[in-house]
Ligand binder design. Sequence first.
Ligand code: GAL
Length: 676
Amino acid sequence: MRIGWPAGLAFGGDYNPEQWPEDVWSDDVALMRRAGVTMATVGVFGWSMLEPEPGRFDFGWLDRAIETLGAAGISVCLGTATATPPPWLVSQYPDVRPVTADGVRLEFGSRQGYCPSSPTFREHATRLARAMADRYGTNPAVKLWHISNEYGDHISECFCEVSEGHFRRWLADRYGVIGALNEAWGTRHWGQVYRSFDEVPAPRRMPGPGSPSHALDWRRFCSDALLDLMLAEKRVLQEVSPQLPVTTNFMSMFYSMDYWRWARELDVVTDDAYPDPADPHAHVDAARNYDLMRSLGRGRPWLLLEQAPSAVSWRPVNLPKPPGVMRLWSYQAIARGSDGAMFFQWRAPRFGSELHHSTMLPAAGPNSRTFREICQLGSELGALDGVAGGRIDADVAILLDWDNWWALDAEQSMPSVRMRWQAALRPFYDALYELGVTADFARPDDDLGRYRMVVVPNSYLLRESDAAKLADYVESGGHLLVGPFSGVVDEHCRAHPGGAPGPLADLLRVRVEEVWPLTEGAGVAIDLEGSGVEARIWTEWLRADDADVVARYRGGPLDGMPAMTRRVHGSGVAHYVSFLPEDATSILEPALHDAGVRATGRAAVRGVEQLVRGTKAASYLFLLNHNHTAATVPIDAPGTDLMTGAAVADAVELPGYGVAVVLRGAVGTRYEGEEA
Ligand code: GAL
């Protein structure tokens, strides 16, 4: 399906005209035009105004708002308005309110206050979605459906009896007979053998640690329950307006929803990204999240649907973005595959809990530095049409599996609460970033053959079938690097016989005899071909049976023992890293070199991110200076700096937080459906 917005990069933001008298709207649209806005997201929280009483719709205001935007040539990304149930629905059906793990039913008063499994909520939400689709599904200004908002943000799980019943049906579908569940969960432990699915509770607060298998299936269920709700709306929209693409906005690398399962249901992946200006590492995490968004869409362009023009209002201390940073971070998303840069939100509100959130048009009006920066960005993006649709080639894939994330981040009964998926990912992603290597994220069961190297920061949960795929990948020439605490349990959280790395033991030829987690502040030195690496958070008592030891622990109880191994298998290579490195660059650099992956970063200027995004017609080199000081960046091929129109030969000068987009010849891509 073609992405719905007009040619070029989308630029604009959430627009809530219902919060303003209509005589302000013409001013809004005039200023949007001045800023170069091409798309506005409308109606996301409009339910109580669109259906002020049960079954009585008032579309007048939305008709006029869409008409005003459309007349100005601004496209509409239209919310289905189901993100907040109206007060009448909640007071008429109090059971639609969600219940916490402690049994507290939450009051009305914020947003998203509904039980994901409530048939009442679903019925009313799909009824509204149908009314919206009937009314606006063929409106020429509407280009994209925006279903609900950030599923799982405030409420990702509900423990009411309706949810519990839904969970039991979900389990019955999965296991068929209760004996299969007992077997999968190992309920003989602590005497939990169930006689029927009706005895299985939602994992509410319990006397002590619960079953990890129970917790894992609950997480899967909660993601599926919300997905089901989203699909119910999607079906209605597709039935009424099959020509319009649908999306729902993701929240970057978000724990509670298995975005692999979600993304395949969307015509376009969209993301809400709120990097913290107070965090010097924020741009690296943002790069990681954008790589994930691109990968969720299988390489297709995605869209940054929300970001803050400056400060947010939901952190304890909310720092504004210094001049230039909003522009820089917008280009970062575009460089990593976004076909636009959108914001939350257009005009500063006069009331409500987001009063102190920055806006494209601040309360101070257009004569303000944020609005000036917005106008600059809007006019620049208007001239970068050619970037839209461009792809990004990656030679490296990082394995991400939500089942593993949920199993590893279990709250109880683990060797260390410090060993978390994001903690395991961080050193490996950061090293790739520092080395200038672009990586995709991939599922274990994807076709990995097109990557020269696959990095598995951790796969505590590993299915036999996925391990077999990884072994095949290496056999046929792939380079694999597996991080610590991998191959421990199967898809039900049952230990693999023989211990870790379980089904990877044959490939890696190592055995983990014991895990040795480290306390906060503790580190262990690693001898790695002369370079110093330090282990943090995690080490292991490792036996290398038939693999080359490339690094050993130095000092501490594991002194002299193998820390990292390498083994040639078939025409590929498999590495095992038994610790979490503080910094993984000296681990990855030789492994990447071995795999034939070109790392451009080390030689370039620190803090300057470089990306190439290409279409069939042209290739665009993005240079992003995350330093507040100026930088001179050498480039390896001449081109035209699209910001200045000047020809550049061998270097580009960037001011602090500066950006350059250099147009060069075409590059090939290797994505499905596209010829190189
Ligand atoms: C997002 C949400 C928006 C707005 C924004 C503020 O999570 O989708 O509606 O609340 O945060 O940062």
